[in-house]
Design a protein. Structure first.
Length: 94
């Protein structure tokens, strides 16, 4: 299933920073992400790796900034990540 940043932010109680129409079809670690992936970055060091990856969206805590990536900012990143995994597990990408 394809998700927009806007739809994911709504489901995760987050806020989109960047293009809300960006779409993703899978969750992946930054090291293996591609242009159709959303990745998770809880710490500054992981955020730096994620911004250099091809991932289309980064799920992160509030306060991060990226000029090139769409972000979904959440107050509880680990809880939001668990919800994100459940969303993608429920409906496989086509």
């Amino acid at each position: 299933m394809q998700w927009t940043a806007s739809a994911l932010a709504d489901r995760l109680d987050g806020r989109v920073i960047g293009d809300p129409s960006v779409t993703v079809t899978r969750v992946a670690p930054a090291e293996t992400a591609d242009q159709e992936s959303i990745t998770f970055a809880e710490t500054q060091s992981f955020f730096e790796v994620a911004t250099r990856s091809p991932a289309a969206i980064i799920l992160t805590a509030a306060g991060q900034a990226s000029g090139s990536k769409t972000l979904i900012e959440v107050s509880e990143p680990r809880i939001a990540f668990a919800k994100l995994l459940a969303l993608f597990d429920r409906e496989p990408a086509r």
